[in-house]
Design a protein around this ligand. Structure first.
Ligand code: SAH
Length: 406
């Protein structure tokens, strides 16, 4: 039981009553001196009503991250075990071989990401309170999933906002191999193999959030010549070729990513043509392609996050528009554009408007045939809309008929 409590300013309890897990510095009237950063601390309304409990960090603008709501006492000796067990249970007994087990705030565990790749667990601690408890969390997780090893990949930039540097390494058990092979449902139920670099790959080693979208794109790209932009380790390329795409041209700025993409094709017995792997800056490349008159039947556009703050939304919107405009101009009539944004600040409505602007400038009719988001293992908690980051639209694209003379 905590005996001290942080107290809100008068009139600032609304967000907490709506079960939003973040309490900002500006909403707090008082934080007790005796509570160290990282501690689990009670939160009171201005009138002293107990509203919940959260992890404290005075160094962060998000000063308290709530892990329990209401007046019930919280026992830290069982809290983490309970929250983790619930997150694992939410995925069900039939969860895929590789999937997200803990989606931070959306699973009631703010600042904690956990992905599982078969017997290997990868953790990211994005706030101080979770960072301080990582050893305990790793042991609990290992027990819950019967892991061989738990690896930490806390190398995200957002840790700076919590006063934390990078921290990577094995927290429990054995070291995972350099590359872990995972299986995803591919065309006609046949699994495809994908290699994930848990130690050095993006995020926790792989883009698990796109699993369902990779399979859908595979189906859509059958018989098509595909341009795979920002291809990373070629997950979409493997699904597309396995499902019968005639060719996939993969482009990325990273030679390392392209090398892994080649390995992924090889692992599936798919033909590896060196010309299909292009290291380039995509923003520059697309203009050149247009001048050369290059054309494709389908283009996949999955750029990295471009808006990290509200102030960056305008610039990001221009970059998305430019990319999508360039891509639309490279499509053959009847072509497909699959366009993603993983910038949470660019909401689905704005993203759709950006694509509309690009379609108008490209002089095409574009019809949305699928709306995409992260898979069911990346749930969105309705009381935490900030967690909604990945969105994608599949557009079927036709050139406008030439304008009739007046
Ligand atoms: N579609 C991928 C994930 C893309 S991640 C998948 O599903 O696995 C974003 C990728 O964009 C990274 O691999 C990064 O190397 C690449 N990238 C970032 N900026 C780039 C640029 N200007 N030109 C080309 N590639 C870029």
């Amino acid at each position: 039981m905590t005996t001290v409590a942080a107290r809100l300013k008068p009139g600032r309890e609304k967000a907490v009553l709506l079960r939003h897990p973040w309490v900002f510095e500006g909403a707090l009237a008082r934080v007790p001196k005796e509570a160290p950063d990282g501690a689990l601390l009670a939160l009171q309304a201005a009138d002293g009503t107990l509203l919940g409990h959260g992890l404290l960090n005075r160094q962060s603008q998000i000063t308290l991250r709530l892990v329990a709501f209401g007046a019930a006492p919280v026992d830290e000796s069982t809290l983490w075990q309970d929250l983790l067990a619930r997150a694992v249970a939410r995925r069900g007994a039939q969860r895929p071989f590789a999937c997200r087990l803990v989606n931070a705030e959306a699973d009631g565990l703010p600042g904690l990401i956990v992905d599982v790749y078969g017997p290997w667990v990868v953790m990211q601690c994005l706030c101080l309170g979770m960072d301080q408890r990582k050893q305990h969390l790793a042991e609990v997780l290992a027990g819950l999933v019967g892991a061989r090893g738990v690896l930490e990949r806390s190398d995200s930039e957002v840790r700076k906002k919590e006063g934390l540097g990078e921290s990577n390494g094995v927290l429990w058990g054995e070291t995972p191999p350099d590359l872990v092979e995972l299986l995803e449902a591919g065309p006609r139920g046949t699994p495809v193999k994908l290699l994930a670099d848990l130690h050095r790959g993006h995020k926790t080693g792989f883009y698990l959030d796109q699993a369902r979208n990779r399979a859908l794109c595979g189906q859509l790209f059958e018989g098509r010549e595909v341009l795979n932009l920002f291809c990373y380790s070629g997950g979409f390329a493997v699904h597309a070729l396995a499902a019968g795409a005639t060719r996939v041209l993969n482009v990325d700025a990273s030679a390392e990513a392209l090398a892994l993409a080649r390995k992924n094709l090889e692992a599936n017995g798919l033909p590896v043509n060196p010309e299909d792997f292009l290291q380039a800056d995509i923003f520059k490349l697309l203009r050149g392609f247009r001048k050369e008159g290059r054309r494709f039947d389908a283009i996949l556009l999955d750029p990295p996050k471009m808006a990290f703050s509200a102030a960056q939304v305008q610039t990001a919107a221009r970059a998305y528009k430019d990319l999508n405009l360039q891509a639309l101009q490279l499509l053959r009539p009847g072509g497909l554009l699959v366009s993603f944004s993983c910038s949470g600040r660019v909401d689905p409505d704005l993203f759709q408007k950006i694509l509309f602007g690009a379609a108008l400038d490209a002089r095409v009719d574009a019809r949305v045939i699928h709306r995409l988001n992260a898979g069911p293992d990346h749930p969105l908690l309705l009381s935490f809309p900030e967690g909604d980051y990945l969105k994608g639209l599949v557009l079927q694209v036709e050139p406008l008929a030439p304008e009739a003379p007046l």
